[in-house]
Design a protein around this ligand. Structure first.
Ligand code: B12
Length: 603
C-alpha cells in the first residue's frame, strides 16, 4: 500500500469515524428476544446476563493495535444493544455498517449460536466483505468454523493483536495471507492452517486491555452503548486487570491451563508487568472509582512479581476497591502486603467444593479445609472487607450429597469464622464442559460423558428451551437432572442460610426463593412437554407453556444470587466531564500519531 500522504482529506478521513474494521460481539443465542427459554442460573455469579453480553476484553487491545496502525477499528456490542433495547435492530446495524472488514468473537463456546448468525447477516448485507473469527473457542474449533460459508478467517491463539493487523494489511494487498501467523483460511477449497507462531512471552507490547481505546472510541464512533461491556455497567462500573494470558494451574474442568498448552501452543503464562498494570490502574482511575477486579492470582507470577505490584500500588493511593483472586492458601504476610497497598479490598475464592477429595480430583485448592479457613481468617484479620466464596455443581467425582453439602459447610464458616464478611454462593457448571479442559479431553478418565462434539452440536444445544437440557455433559455421579436438582436444592439452602445470617434482605431473599421455585417448576414442565407431546406439536406446546409464565421475565436469572449480591458499593463512574476530558486527550493524541505516521485509513 503506497503511503497516502495525509493532506486535508486525511484529516477529514480521520474525523469521519467510519470504521474500516468492525468487531461485532454476538449474544449467545441470536434471536433470544423472540425465543422462549428458561436459561436462569447459568450466569448468576458473573456481571453478564444469561445471553452473555460481555465481549472478550482482548477486543479492546486488538482494536487499539489496528488504530495505532492507522485503521479505524470499532467494537459494537450487539448483544448489549439487543438486551437493553427491545427495538434495537441488529440486522439493520450490520447492514448500515460502513466497515469493509468484519470480526466476530467466538471466545466463549456459549456464543456459538449468535456468532454464526451474525456472520451470516454480515455476508447477507456485505457479501464481499471478509469476516474473521477469533477467541479461545474459535481456536479450538477452527477447522469446524472455517467450513461455515460466512467465515473467511480464523485468527487462532490467546494473543492476536499483531496477527489481526497483519491480516488486515494482507486483505488490503499489503502482505500475503500465507505470512499471517496463527491464521486459518481456505484457498482453492483447501483449508490452510498457518503455524501458531505469534505467542508473546509478555503482555507489555500493547495495552491489554486497552481502556484508552474504549474511552476514545466512545467519542470517535459516537456511542457509549456500543462499547459497554455489560448491562448495568454505567451504574456499576467494574473494570478488570489482566495479569496474564495462560495459567499455571490445571484444574480439570477449566478450559484454561492445559488447553493453553495443547490448543494455543502456550507452555506457560505470559504476564503483564507490574509497571504496566499500574499504568492500567491510573487510566482506570481517570474515569472510574468503581471496583477493579484483578484477574488471576498475582502469586502465579511469583512472590517477587506480586510484591513489586503491591509496592508500586502502595505509591499510588488509588481509592478504588480492589478484588483479588486466590488459587491456593495464602498467609498473613500476603494480606498484610495487600492491606498496606490498597485502601479497601475483597477476595474471590473459588474452592468449588467443600469436599477435600473432590478438590484433589479437580486439582484446585487440593489442600485441607483447615488451610482454606486459615487463609480466610488471615485475610479478614488484615483488612479484607469481603470474601465471596464460590461452590459449583457438576464437578468430577462429586456426588449429589457433595454438591448440596456445601450449604451445611458454609453454615459452619458463618458461625465459626465470620458471618458478615463471608458471602457463599453455589452455581451450576453450565452450560458447557470447557473444550480443551482435562475433563473434556479425557472424559472417561474423569467420569464425564459429553453430549456434543461438533460446533454445530453446541449451536443446537443452545436452542434447547431450558438450561438443564442445554447442559453438554453429565458425570458418573450426576445426570443432567441431578445437576439441576442439586443446583436448586443447594441454592435454596444457601439463600436461606444467608437470609438467616442477615446477609440477604427479606425482599431479596423472597425474590430469590420465588425465582428458584418458578425456575425449577418451569424446567420440569419443559421436560413434561418433551415426554408427553409429539415432536410436531412441541413448539406450540412450549409456546403456550411459557405464556403461562410470561411474568417470569429475564430468562429466570438472579435466582441463585441476588441482583446486588455480587456488587462492591463505590462512587462508580467519575463523571462525564472526566470521561470527555480523557476522550479529547486521547483523540488529540491519535490525531498527532496519525499525522506523524502519515498512515491513512482503508478507503
Ligand atoms: C477473565 C475471565 C472471565 C471474565 C471476563 C473476561 C473478559 N471480558 O474477557 C468473566 C468473569 C466475566 C468471565 C465470564 C465467563 N466466562 Co470466563 N474466563 C476468564 C478467564 C479467567 C481469563 C480469560 C483470559 O485470560 N482472557 C485473555 C485472553 C485469553 O483473551 P482476550 O485477550 O480477551 O482475547 C484474545 C484472544 O482470545 C483473541 N480473541 C478474542 N476474541 C476475538 C475476536 C476476534 C475477531 C479475533 C480475531 C480474536 C479474538 O484475541 C484476543 C487478544 O489477543 C478464563 C480462564 C483462563 N485462564 O483463560 C475464563 C474462561 C475464558 N471463561 C469461561 C467461561 C465458560 C465463562 C462464562 C460462560 C461462565 C458462565 N457460565 O458464566 C462467562 C461468559 C461471560 C460473558 N461473555 O458474558 C471458559 C471458556 C471456555 C470456552 N471455551 O467456552 C474459560 C476458559 C474458563 C472458565 N471455565 O471460566 N470470564
Amino acid at each position: 500500500m503506497g503511503m497516502k500522504t495525509l493532506g486535508l482529506d486525511g484529516v477529514a478521513d480521520f474525523f469521519s469515524s467510519d470504521p474500516d474494521v468492525t468487531f461485532f460481539h454476538p449474544p449467545s443465542i441470536y434471536d433470544f428476544r423472540e425465543r422462549t427459554e428458561v436459561i436462569g442460573p447459568i450466569s448468576d455469579v458473573i456481571p453478564s446476563s444469561p445471553v452473555f453480553e460481555m465481549y472478550p476484553i482482548g477486543l479492546t487491545s486488538i482494536a487499539d493495535t489496528l488504530e495505532r496502525n492507522g485503521y479505524n477499528a470499532q467494537i459494537v456490542n450487539l448483544a448489549h444493544e439487543m438486551l437493553v433495547d427491545q427495538e434495537f435492530d441488529a440486522e439493520m446495524e450490520i447492514a448500515q455498517s460502513e466497515a469493509r472488514i468484519f470480526g466476530v468473537d467466538l471466545h466463549w463456546l456459549p456464543h456459538a449460536h449468535g456468532a454464526i448468525e451474525i456472520a451470516r447477516l454480515i455476508k447477507k448485507h456485505h457479501p464481499n466483505a471478509p469476516v474473521m473469527f477469533g477467541g479461545l473457542s474459535s481456536t479450538y474449533f477452527h477447522e469446524d468454523l472455517i467450513e461455515y460459508p460466512s467465515v473467511d478467517y480464523v485468527v487462532r491463539g490467546d494473543s492476536t493483536e499483531k496477527p489481526v493487523a497483519d491480516l488486515v494489511d494482507a486483505i488490503e494487498g499489503n502482505g500475503d495471507l500465507a505470512d499471517v501467523p496463527n491464521l486459518t483460511y481456505q484457498a482453492d477449497g483447501e483449508t490452510v492452517v498457518n503455524p501458531l507462531t505469534y505467542l508473546p512471552e509478555a503482555l507489555d507490547e500493547s495495552s491489554i486491555p486497552s481502556y484508552t481505546y474504549a474511552v476514545k472510541s466512545v467519542f470517535k464512533y459516537g456511542s457509549i452503548r456500543k462499547v459497554l461491556p455489560h448491562r448495568g455497567w454505567l451504574d456499576k462500573p467494574i473494570t478488570m486487570l489482566l495479569t496474564s494470558r495462560g495459567c499455571r494451574h490445571a484444574c480439570s474442568f477449566c478450559g484454561g491451563a492445559d488447553s493453553y498448552g495443547d490448543v494455543h501452543g502456550r507452555t506457560g503464562p505470559a504476564f503483564r508487568s507490574p509497571e504496566k498494570l499500574i499504568e492500567d490502574i491510573r487510566t482506570i482511575h481517570s474515569f472510574s472509582e468503581g471496583p477493579i477486579f484483578v484477574v488471576h492470582d498475582l502469586r502465579m507470577g511469583g512472590w517477587d512479581y506480586a510484591t513489586e505490584f503491591f509496592d508500586r500500588l502502595a505509591e499510588e493511593s488509588i481509592p478504588n476497591e480492589f478484588i483479588f483472586e486466590l488459587f491456593g492458601p495464602a498467609s498473613e504476610d500476603y494480606f498484610q502486603m495487600i492491606d498496606e497497598a490498597v485502601p479497601k479490598y475483597s477476595l474471590e475464592l473459588s474452592p468449588e467444593s467443600h469436599v477435600e477429595e473432590v478438590r484433589k480430583e479437580m486439582g484446585k485448592f487440593a489442600v485441607s479445609n483447615e488451610a482454606i479457613e486459615n487463609t480466610m481468617q488471615a485475610a479478614l484479620d488484615n483488612g479484607c472487607q469481603n470474601i465471596d466464596l464460590f461452590y459449583m455443581v457438576g464437578l468430577p467425582e462429586q456426588t449429589y450429597e457433595d454438591a448440596v453439602g456445601c450449604v451445611e459447610y458454609a453454615e459452619h464458616l458463618l458461625e465459626d469464622i465470620d458471618d458478615e464478611r463471608i458471602l457463599p454462593f453455589v452455581a451450576p457448571y453450565a452450560p458447557f464442559l470447557d473444550p480443551g479442559s482435562p475433563a473434556f479431553e479425557n472424559a472417561e478418565q474423569y467420569g464425564f460423558s459429553v453430549h456434543a462434539d461438533s460446533l454445530e452440536d453446541y449451536r443446537q444445544l443452545l436452542l434447547e428451551p431450558s438450561w438443564k437440557r442445554m447442559l453438554s455433559y453429565e458425570t458418573d455421579h450426576l445426570s443432567r437432572d441431578d445437576i439441576a436438582d442439586a443446583t436448586y436444592e443447594a441454592a435454596r439452602g444457601m439463600s436461606k442460610l444467608k437470609y438467616e445470617h442477615g446477609l440477604l434482605e427479606e425482599e431479596t431473599y423472597q425474590t430469590m426463593v420465588d425465582r428458584i421455585d418458578t425456575s425449577e417448576e418451569l424446567v420440569s414442565r419443559v421436560d413434561e412437554v418433551y415426554e408427553n407431546t409429539p415432536d410436531d406439536h412441541r413448539d406450540a406446546a412450549l409456546e403456550s407453556l411459557f405464556e403461562e409464565y410470561s411474568e417470569f421475565e429475564d430468562f429466570g436469572e438472579n435466582s441463585i444470587a441476588g441482583a446486588d449480591e455480587l456488587w462492591w458499593p463505590s462512587e462508580g463512574f467519575r463523571n462525564g466531564i472526566a470521561l470527555a476530558r480523557l476522550g479529547a486527550k486521547l483523540l488529540a493524541k491519535d490525531l498527532k500519531q496519525r499525522y506523524t505516521t502519515g498512515r491513512s485509513p482503508l478507503k
